[in-house]
Design a binder for this molecule. Structure first.
Ligand code: TYD
Length: 233
């Protein structure tokens, strides 16, 4: 891990509430006087944003052109292609955002990181061992100190997403069926059981405030071990 910073990633399936919890944690840490940033994958850099548009576009519908961006063709992608595109975006995020911030001693929160590839692209059929080899080259020593896995049965995540985004067009991954998202969840849980110290499973089915209390307590313990405990009031 470069510098004195702390890297925390948020992971989970669709509708697990991870973006909400990550934003809430950023706000909480900032109020405690801790120098923290929040970024996300894919995104956070110009290349990452471009990959995001390509990868999240529906494979069967060409996207409308945006200002300064060409129309994206409708593109079906294999899991290898998906993984390498996510990895390109990840390499850019690591070198331009994550590593510099860690070197400055900041707390870096990232909404999805390489465990998303391990879960989603393995649910698509790709070998995790191969992804690990590539990822070691992509992220180097920027390995998360802590992974918060917001765990929820796939059916519940789907139901939440339908409630929230009822009228929105589903993206490439949301379009995949329940069985795919059940495999994603299983893959996440297997990753967590292989690395229980680093990957902490939080029940995302609980009420949002209760979920945040657990997140806050896990993160608080980690920061205390780094001498970064928030000031007590
Ligand atoms: P996003 O809109 O960020 O979804 P969410 O709100 O669920 O985080 O879309 C990211 C999608 O990309 C999500 O379905 C998971 C998928 N993904 C992968 O398949 N592999 C990856 O490595 C990453 C980072 C994301």
């Amino acid at each position: 891990m470069p510098g004195r910073g702390v890297l925390i990633s948020f992971e989970g399936g669709e509708g697990s509430g991870k973006s909400t919890q990550a934003a809430r944690l950023l706000d909480h840490l900032t109020k405690q006087g801790i120098d923290a940033i929040l970024t996300r994958e894919p995104g956070g850099t110009p290349l990452g944003d471009w990959v995001r548009r390509l990868l999240l576009a529906r494979p069967d519908v060409a996207s409308a052109p945006e200002e300064g961006n060409p129309t994206l063709p409708a593109t079906a992608l294999t899991p290898v292609e998906e993984f390498l595109l996510f990895s390109a975006a990840r390499a850019s995020l690591v070198s331009k955002v994550i590593r510099p911030a860690l070197e400055q001693g900041r707390v870096v929160l990232v909404d999805r990181y390489y465990h998303s590839s391990y879960a989603y692209q393995s649910a698509g059929g790709l070998e995790i061992a191969w992804m690990c080899e590539v990822t070691e080259r992509v992220v180097g020593d920027c390995v998360p100190d802590l992974v918060i896995l917001l765990d929820l049965p796939a059916e519940q995540g789907f139901a939440r997403n339908r409630g929230e985004n009822g009228t929105e067009t589903p993206d490439r991954f949301e379009m995949r069926g329940l069985a795919f998202h059940q495999r994603v969840r299983e893959a996440y849980l297997q990753l967590a059981s292989a690395e229980p110290e680093r990957i902490r499973v939080v029940d995302a089915g609980a009420e949002s405030g209760a979920v945040f209390s657990e997140v806050e307590s896990i993160v608080g313990m980690l920061l205390a071990t780094r001498g970064m405990q928030p000031e007590r009031k």
